[in-house]
Every structure is written in structure tokens, then in C-alpha cells.
Design a protein around this ligand. Structure first.
Ligand SMILES: *Cc1c(COP(=O)(O)O)cnc(C)c1O
Length: 219
């Protein structure tokens, strides 16, 4: 079994509509994605542009592809024609490039701002203070082709429940603060992975990104 349908159904049941589930299929073959698709999954998350470009053409065209990895500006052009939501916007320069490629493709591209709330230094994103300052002041009219949909955050890799709660709450606070200035599309708080999604949803997540729970561990 490549896709764990009973785990999927159990999680859907527990979520009870509280959050969207994105199935993170990075490193998994397209046949696993097809299995999940046949169980009704339409939202898939990928981290690597090259891998996404190999999978997208050979899988059903109504899949909503979420780009959840670190995106370099020079790669935006490859995913701009079809990507459903870019989760990891961590630089204004990246927004400029997304605007340019969205115009070229005559479409609007939806993005989430990545906010760094974890204690690890390796994770990308704006600090909470930076995110609030920068996006409150941002001239959104420069980004006519971008839909600002919310925030993406990753918590520290830890079992410490109170630390996870603190980090998710910090992301929720940034999300709520910016909601006052970002417009009607600002609806998505993407946080929670296989090990911590329960806490993330309790803290207000509206979208969880699950890989190993659904597809098994990665090599
Ligand atoms: C890999 C990945 C996930 C899924 O992780 P699991 O622990 O396997 O659920 C979620 N979000 C991001 C950004 C990832 O890179």
C-alpha cells in the first residue's frame, strides 16, 4: 500500500472540515499520487521544481499543486503556468518575479508569506515582526497579479508540546494582525505536518500538509 487510505479517512474525520488537507507527495512516485487521487485527494504538495515538472504533465489536470518548498526566483517561470498556491514566499524579490511570470501567463497566482517561528535557524521566512512591518507597508498595487492568501509556518522539530503551541500561536497572531490590511483573499493559515497537525489545527490552522502519515516514511 502506497497511500494509506484508512489514515486519510481517519484524519478527514477528525478534521471535520476545520482545515484543508494537502497530501505532500515529494519523493513519492506518480503512481502513489494516482492512488491518492483515486481516493478523492485533489491537493498535493511538492518541494522540488524539477520533480513537480516531471509529475504534473502525466497526472490528472484537475490536481491543485501546492509548491511548499524553498522557491528560487529563477525557477518561478517553470511553475507559473499551473501552480495553485505558492506557500513559501520569503523575499520581496520573489514576489516581483511571481508578478512578472503571472502577467506573462495571464493569470493570478496565489501566495502565502512564510513566517519563521521555529527555533531552528535553517528554516526560511520573515520573522513575525518583519512580516507585519513589511506587509503592512507594502504597496499591494504593484502586485496586480498576485493574490495574497495568508501565511505558511513550520514549527520546530520537537516533541515539546508547549513549544509547538507557542510557535503556532505566534504564526496565528501574525495571520490575524495582517488580516486587517491584506484584503479578502487572506484566508489561509498553512501550518501542521504529520507529527504536529493536531496542535496546529487547535491553534487555528486552516491547511495542513501531510506527507509521511499518508504515504509512509521517505528515504
Ligand atoms: C515534507 C514537508 C511536509 C510533510 O512532512 P511530513 O512530516 O512527512 O508530514 C510538510 N511541509 C513541508 C514544508 C515539507 O517540506
Amino acid at each position: 500500500m502506497a497511500f494509506d487510505i484508512s489514515a486519510y479517512q481517519e484524519i478527514l474525520h477528525q478534521l471535520n472540515g476545520a482545515a484543508t488537507l494537502v497530501a505532500v507527495s515529494k519523493t513519492k512516485p506518480h503512481t502513489d499520487i494516482k492512488e491518492a487521487y483515486e481516493c478523492g485527494v485533489r491537493d498535493f504538495g511538492e518541494n522540488y521544481v524539477q520533480e513537480l515538472l516531471e509529475k504534473q504533465p502525466i497526472l490528472p489536470q484537475d490536481i491543485r499543486w501546492h509548491f511548499i518548498g524553498h522557491l528560487q526566483s529563477n525557477k518561478v517561470k517553470y511553475i507559473a503556468p499551473f501552480v495553485h498556491l505558492i506557500h513559501g514566499v520569503d523575499k520581496l524579490g520573489l514576489l516581483d518575479e511571481i508578478q512578472k511570470q503571472a502577467l506573462k501567463n495571464q493569470r493570478t497566482i496565489s501566495v502565502l508569506i512564510q513566517v519563521h517561528v521555529a527555533s531552528e535557524e535553517t528554516k526560511f521566512g520573515f520573522s513575525p515582526q518583519e512580516a507585519i512591518e513589511i506587509f503592512t507597508q507594502l504597496d499591494k498595487s504593484r502586485y496586480s497579479q498576485i493574490s495574497f492568501c495568508g501565511i505558511m509556518a513550520m514549527a520546530t522539530f520537537t516533541n515539546d508540546q508547549s513549544q509547538l503551541q507557542r510557535e503556532f500561536s505566534a504564526a496565528k497572531e501574525v495571520f490575524d494582525t495582517l488580516a486587517k490590511v491584506m484584503g479578502n483573499d487572506w484566508q489561509t493559515l498553512s501550518m501542521g505536518m504529520s507529527s504536529d497537525w493536531n496542535l496546529a489545527v487547535a491553534a487555528g490552522s486552516t491547511l495542513i500538509r501531510l506527507g509521511s502519515t499518508l504515504f509512509g516514511s521517505r528515504n
